[in-house]
Design a protein around this ligand. Structure first.
Ligand code: CAO
Length: 424
């Protein structure tokens, strides 16, 4: 018996770019049968974005579309609408992230989809929530990082708003959508009823910026945010949650501290060091300052507030003869939360990440071997298998036949542009 958690769940994947594909890829990794539908000829635009191997699907595409089958489907033709209708009938979940209104314009409004399959879960990502003043606007990753509050609170106080390298707008929205789908499937198990699940990119970003809304309310109520660097550096706070550089986010203060480079061109020779209040005595032991332990000028969080950078500079001075990995191990000996600023070169080649299957190598018939990120969710029982992305139209014939179309009908649909078959 298969141990895959979502074995037997059929997903109609009408997604493109990143937010939707990240969601359906995870469903596929968890064992669902995901059929990605793409426009004949062109397919998902990301197939050729930032292409690094002539004639092969880009890493953008391959890294977000593993664990899926792929068929070509032009839902603008009458036959295409018939295929889509049959796919909707047999699916547990339909996922899409077209521009607002695009599915309705195709003739597949939520009302119509429900008529075709009342038990289906229709899951959508859009830039803004339904009913929001901007609900009809198109949105990409960094736009969402700005609209959701991440950019205005990231970076340094004297620099511009800054977007993160993490896909807070796209992949994060896809992960929220995945949670919504799993909840809706559970609801369907209980009630037999399908439903529509919507996730807005702005909301998904905002959901990760909860502590910044916390700080906005504290600022409005008290006019102070004592744990921000502004306090010690005598910078104006303004009237909105400011950019805090590498500050710790409030609970436990911290900063990035420079260490010895691992090589002459190492630009990531830093650790993140947390000055956890409960670990203060251990920090004093570690950096050879036992007298700070009982000094009322240093031994409480409040006492250190106006000398955080002085403390941090001193701790940093102790790291100059050790690289970030040595400092991390050293801090761990004292049970102090600390970690290296890993470069992508280090992450890509980290034997531990390979061992735990968080970075996985898969083989692709056209581009050869490539790295992708495996499931960050590990199960005691359920198998998570990571497979390569499909070629455009690789499974068109197989899926169309399973839907009941004959060879002659498929040939006619290829001829009129409703579908396309890989390699033919
Ligand atoms: N069959 C028929 N029609 C298809 C099709 C298919 N297989 N695939 C795409 N189309 C149609 C769409 O229905 C749409 O039709 P309209 O002309 O009626 O709108 C058209 O092709 C273009 O789709 P689109 O508007 O979604 O694509 P775009 O490149 O113009 O916009 C994006 C891309 C991402 C900005 C937009 O889809 C969007 O805002 N999506 C929601 C938010 C989102 O997910 N953004 C993040 C994407 S990840 O970075």
């Amino acid at each position: 018996m298969s141990t895959k958690a979502l074995e037997g769940i059929k997903v109609l994947d009408f997604t493109h770019v990143q937010a939707g594909p990240a969601c359906t890829q995870l469903l596929g990794q968890l064992g669902a049968d995901v059929i990605k539908c793409e426009m004949p000829g062109s397919g998902d635009a990301t197939r050729d974005w930032l292409r690094d191997v002539e004639g092969a699907d880009s890493l953008y595409f391959t890294m977000f579309n593993g664990n899926k089958r792929a068929m070509c489907l032009n839902a603008r033709t009458a036959e295409g609408k018939d295929i889509l209708t049959r796919l909707i009938k047999q699916s547990d979940v339909m996922v899409e992230n077209f521009a607002p209104g695009a599915l309705d314009r195709m003739g597949f409004s939520w009302e119509n989809i429900q008529k075709i399959n009342p038990g289906i879960v229709l899951a959508s990502v859009k830039g803004y929530a339904e009913g929001h003043a901007n609900e009809s606007f198109k949105v990409y990753e960094n736009v969402a990082q700005c609209t959701g509050g991440a950019a205005s609170t990231t970076g340094f106080w004297d620099g511009p708003p800054t977007v993160s390298g993490a896909a807070l707008g796209d992949s994060n929205s896809g992960m929220h959508l995945c949670i919504g789908i799993l909840a809706a499937l559970q609801y369907k198990n209980r009630t037999g009823r399908g439903q529509k699940v919507n996730v807005a990119m702005q909301d998904s970003v905002l959901n990760l910026c909860r502590v910044k809304l916390r700080d906005q309310q504290r600022l409005e109520r008290t006019g102070k945010l004592d744990e921000y660097p502004h306090n010690e550096l005598k910078l104006p706070l303004g009237d909105s949650t400011p950019r805090g550089g590498n500050a710790g986010g409030g609970g436990q203060p911290g900063w990035v501290l420079k260490c010895k480079p691992t090589s002459p061109d190492d630009t990531n020779n830093y650790v993140y060091f947390t000055v956890q209040a409960s670990a203060w005595a251990k920090i004093c032991d570690m950096v050879d300052k036992p007298e700070w332990k009982d000094d009322p000028n240093y031994n409480t969080f409040e006492a250190r507030r106006d000398k955080f950078f002085q403390v941090i500079k001193y701790i940093e001075s102790k790291f100059q003869d050790k690289d970030k990995h040595e400092v991390t191990r050293w801090a761990a000996e004292y049970d102090i939360p600390c970690g290296p600023v890993n470069s992508f070169k280090e992450l890509a080649h980290d034997p531990s990440l390979r061992k735990v299957k968080t970075i996985v190598e898969v083989d692709h018939p056209v581009r050869g071997k490539y790295l992708t990120i495996g499931s960050p969710i590990k199960f005691s029982e359920s198998e998570v298998e990571i497979t390569r992305s499909p070629m455009l139209g690789e499974h068109s014939e197989e899926v169309l036949k399973s839907l009941g179309y004959s060879d002659a009908e498929i040939a006619a649909m290829v001829a009129n542009g409703t579908t396309a078959l890989y390699g033919k």
